[in-house]
Design a protein around this ligand. Structure first.
Ligand SMILES: *Cc1c(COP(=O)(O)O)cnc(C)c1O
Ligand code: SF4
Length: 338
């Protein structure tokens, strides 16, 4: 389970102040060799060749929850490169995001909800990510694009909900984020705001008081959808961040991805769901892997996935069982698998 190692040495120069999330990002591991060295794992598990397109990125807060000396650690396997990534199968845009673009960085696949790519950056690089080949650089970044989005949102009164996504929307600093969220919140037909973020898990100090004050200040209902795949990702600092989100009046949900070798067994999934339910975080979705090039080795067949979720359903209260879904191009919603 989660272990704090004594005597860490920093892989980068400069000071490291854990309360400062930007410093945490700067101090993150960006090399499999450094990461394996730190954990006492043979660096041969990694595949540097697979990192040229999609570099590794793992903040120290997350790495400290990994088990030293374990090359099969479920957190390590989410971030370390592997030779299986070099296989040619899979798609570059597996869920059809590019055709869903209504405007640069603004996606609409489903009625009444739009998704904004607020930032191309993430605080962690998950090797199975469906956006690992997404042309992030072309995603909107500055105020000029944000103004164009606002215009579109104001003009389309069928939009009821705005999903702030990325990358990770919380990789945008509080100043810029506050400005933009307040602008969105002033649009009267927008009823709900939603954040899809992994940052409260990866660097819990990112849930700053500026951010929670912002959430408290808006009139809309606010949903925060976290991304946690394994109970070992949870520690006291993550729970504290979740408590801050709860105190700000938000509804906190979780989505996970079913991942071969990481959480593809009943015990791991049950433990995750139970721990979340105990702290009033609802397991929302369990995603079947998107067939993304470089991530195919994480896939679990549907028959197995359906059995796992059926076993959870027989064992847990209904609200603690996630919906098993897949994202299919051109469908009116995520597709329920059963
Ligand atoms: C998943 C997703 C949403 C949100 O879907 P819900 O089923 O409401 O959670 C919205 N827009 C896009 C583009 C999505 O991929
Ligand atoms: S945090 Fe989300 S968007 Fe970022 S790499 Fe991981 S899965 Fe992909």
């Amino acid at each position: 389970m989660a272990t704090i190692l004594p005597g860490n040495t920093l892989p980068v120069e400069g000071s490291f102040e854990p309360a400062d999330w930007r410093a945490s990002l700067r101090a993150a591991y960006r090399s499999s060799t450094d990461l394996c060295d730190f954990l006492g794992v043979d660096p041969k598990v990694a595949c540097p060749q697979a990192e040229s397109d999609f570099p590794i990125l793992a903040p120290r807060e997350f790495v400290q929850r990994m088990e030293p000396g374990n090359p099969r650690d479920p957190l390590l396997l989410q971030v370390v490169s592997q030779s299986a990534e070099l296989v040619d199968s899979g798609e570059l845009d597996p869920v059809g995001e590019l055709p869903a673009e209504r405007h640069k960085g603004l996606l609409q696949k489903y009625d009444h909800r739009v998704l904004l790519i607020l930032s191309g950056a993430c605080a962690i690089h998950c090797r199975y990510c469906f956006r690992r080949n997404f042309p992030y650089d072309e995603a909107a970044k500055g105020r000029a694009e944000w103004q164009e989005w606002l215009e579109l949102l104001r003009c389309d009164s069928t939009i009821e909900e705005v999903v702030f996504s990325g990358g990770d929307p919380l990789s945008v600093g509080d100043d810029r984020l506050s400005w933009f969220i307040q602008q969105v919140a002033e649009i009267s037909h927008i009823r709900r705001l939603r954040f899809h973020t992994r940052l409260p898990v990866v660097i819990p100090s990112r849930v700053t008081s500026e951010f929670t004050k912002l959430l408290e200040s808006v009139e809309q209902a606010v949903y925060v959808v976290l991304h946690i795949n394994h109970a070992q990702e949870l520690d006291e600092s993550v729970w504290a961040a979740i408590r801050r989100l709860h105190r700000a009046g938000t509804q906190v949900l979780n989505q996970a991805v079913l991942l071969r070798g990481i959480n593809d067994n009943f015990e791991a999934l049950r433990e995750l769901c139970v721990q979340l339910a105990d702290r009033q975080v609802l397991p929302y979705y369990l995603h079947q892997l998107d067939p993304v090039r470089g991530g195919m080795h994480f896939g679990v067949p549907d028959v197995e996935a359906i059995e796992l979720v059926a076993a959870l359903r027989a064992d847990l209260p209904g609200y603690a069982v996630p919906r098993l879904v897949r994202e299919l191009r051109g469908e009116a919603s995520k597709t329920l698998i059963r």
